[in-house]
Design a protein around this ligand. Structure first.
Ligand SMILES: [Zn+2]
Length: 85
């Protein structure tokens, strides 16, 4: 892969997420984060998540796939609206 990275996380944040079950550490893949949208764990890096400086862990709370889905849903709705008008 090229250019992917994991934004630095405070150890306390990781510990808290693991307690809550929204993060796991996989033997092979390392730290993984739960997407509340698709309920899947994805590796905690920029390949699967978009960067967000507003989030505590530096990544968006929804995975890229879910973000794309939302974006295309919105586009479909916009087109419907345009066609109706
Ligand atoms: Zn997702």
């Amino acid at each position: 892969m090229f250019g992917e990275y994991t934004p630095l996380m405070k150890p306390m944040l990781i510990a808290r997420r693991m307690e809550r079950g929204t993060a796991i550490i996989d033997d092979e893949l390392g730290l993984q984060k739960l997407c509340p949208s698709c309920h899947e764990f994805w590796p905690q890096d920029t390949l699967f998540w978009s960067v967000s400086s507003r989030e505590a862990d530096g990544l968006q709370c929804h995975c890229k796939a879910c973000q794309d889905e939302r974006r295309s849903e919105r586009t479909v709705k916009d087109n419907e609206r345009r066609n109706a008008a």
